[in-house]
Write a protein that binds this ligand. Structure first.
Ligand code: GLU
Length: 478
């Protein structure tokens, strides 16, 4: 298939792109890149009533953020109306489509009747066989018609989906769907088929929800004399507990993940595994490994579950794999924004570089960095004094431990992690404490937290002066 594959991402700008949309884009992109083909972006903006301002920019912005580069486009269907009009006219003149003059009122009544008689929805073909005169009269009345497809009343339409295998629909279940609306815009079906043909799309990868539209598309391809592309309908995405994916599960706009401190490379890896897998084990795959290994054979039919814990875990893996300077640069905007205002800006970069290794080990998202690093910047720590008293210790033994630790720290000349450890371990023995007790107390005194990065490294970056001051404050609290 080398060089001939052409896929596309064809979003409708009816909202901000969510996880599902971008997963579709990613799969189409991976497929194109795997076969060294082309990836095309086409904006399907033919539903004027549902257009959302800023959606197009958000879509393109998301693709750029994730590095899903495209070779052609973005094409806008709203700029190609002429093309769809021509196609619709051609279908009418060859007898495969017709003008329909039914008023919204009539359609509404028809629908109500269908509901009443428990009939399936669909146009009742009222205008399918209007005579020349009847049409002329409607035109004279100034009714603006829509164009409908003349769906064959019998027979079947089937195809071989690259994921679902053979799929067959009875034509009798397909109504005479609209091709051209009265506002002059084409419907999705018409514009989609015409463009996939004109843009030379070889493989349509799209969400499962479009599977049932495909027979209509195939009928259109046939009527227009176009060779249809191959179809691959991607499995549904569900949230935890197999519920419909909602905001709570992560159906938020994909750009929000950037704001929440997810790395694009982690996001790409995570999204790729929503319905595809390389094998039953491998979770972490680089962009290149994804491209090299991607295949539709390994796309599953079962719904993929969006698991935020897994995303957090994976993002942490990617964060820890970053070079320190890279991590620092990516975390910096979050630090600047998230640290309390009292921390002076610009932040002291030398110090920032010293603390970053400690934070990189623990952060799952960049947005967590300010919270994790806060104690390394602020003057006053806010914690409950009771936290200072470690398990099986009393206030008296805690005071004693902190006082002695303070004295010894004052005398320490080289204030690095090794020297601190060499001094503090024997001190625990001397005090008759377990190391966990002494270190626990010290940890709370110098960090204000029970869980923090490794104690000696943390004390070393904080520096002697700051550690001593914090121990004094702790003693005062006791
Ligand atoms: N505009 C459709 C959507 O937003 C495209 C479906 C397709 O790929 O054919 O999902």
């Amino acid at each position: 298939m080398t060089n001939s594959v052409r896929t596309r991402f064809a979003p409708s700008p009816t909202g901000y792109p969510h996880v599902g949309n971008i997963r579709t884009a990613l799969f189409a992109w991976l497929f194109a890149r795997h076969y060294e083909g082309s990836f095309i972006v086409r904006i399907e903006d033919t539903d004027v009533t549902r257009k959302v301002k800023g959606a197009v920019e958000a879509i393109l912005d998301s693709l750029r953020w994730l590095g899903l580069d495209w070779d052609e486009g973005p094409y806008f269907q709203s700029e190609r109306l002429e093309i769809y009009h021509k196609a619709a006219k051609r279908l009418v003149s060859q007898g495969d489509a017709y003008y329909c003059y039914c008023s919204p009122q009539r359609l509404k009544e028809m629908r109500a009747e269908q509901v009443k008689h428990k009939q399936p929805p669909g146009y009742d073909r009222h205008c399918r066989d209007l005579s020349q005169e009847e049409r002329a009269q409607k035109e004279a009345e100034g009714v603006i018609p829509v164009v409908r497809f003349k769906t064959p009343l019998e027979g079947q339409t089937g195809f071989n989906d690259l994921i679902w295998g053979d799929v067959v629909f009875d034509n009798s279940t397909i109504d005479d769907f609209i091709l051209l609306k009265s506002d002059g815009y084409p419907t999705y079906h018409l514009a989609n088929v015409v463009d996939d043909h004109l843009m030379g799309i070889t493989h349509v990868l799209r969400a499962e929800e479009w599977l049932s539209s495909t027979p209509r598309h195939l009928l259109l391809y046939q009527a227009l004399g176009f060779k249809p592309p191959q179809f691959a309908h991607l499995p549904m995405l569900l949230g935890a507990g197999r519920a419909k994916l909602s905001k709570r599960h992560g159906a938020v706009s994909i750009t929000e993940y950037r704001e929440q401190g997810y790395l694009p490379e982690a996001m790409v890896n995570f999204l790729a595994l929503l319905g595809w897998s390389r094998d039953d084990r491998t979770e972490v795959l680089s962009r290149q490994e994804l491209i090299d290994n991607f295949s539709l054979e390994r796309v599953s039919r079962t719904a993929a579950i969006f698991n935020r814990d897994k995303l957090n875990w994976m993002n942490g893996v990617y964060i820890r794999s970053l070079a320190l300077e890279d991590f620092t640069q990516r975390a910096l905007p979050f630090l600047n924004k998230g640290l309390p205002l009292e921390v002076e800006r610009p932040l002291p970069m030398e110090y920032v570089r010293q603390i970053m290794p400690l934070i990189q080990e623990r952060a799952r998202t960049l947005a967590e960095v300010p919270e994790l690093a806060q104690f390394l910047f602020v003057d006053e720590l806010d914690y409950a004094p009771s936290l200072l008293i470690a398990k099986n210790m009393s206030q008296v033994s805690t005071v004693k431990a902190l006082e002695l630790a303070k004295q010894r720290l004052e005398q320490l000349e080289v204030f690095d992690a090794e020297s601190l450890e060499a001094m503090l371990r024997p001190l625990a023995v001397e005090l008759g404490l377990k190391t966990g007790q002494l270190f626990g107390t010290l940890r709370v005194a110098v960090t204000g937290q029970i869980a923090a990065p490794p104690l000696f490294q943390t004390m070393a970056v904080l520096g002697k002066e700051r550690c001593l001051r914090r121990i004094e404050v702790a003693l005062a609290k006791l």
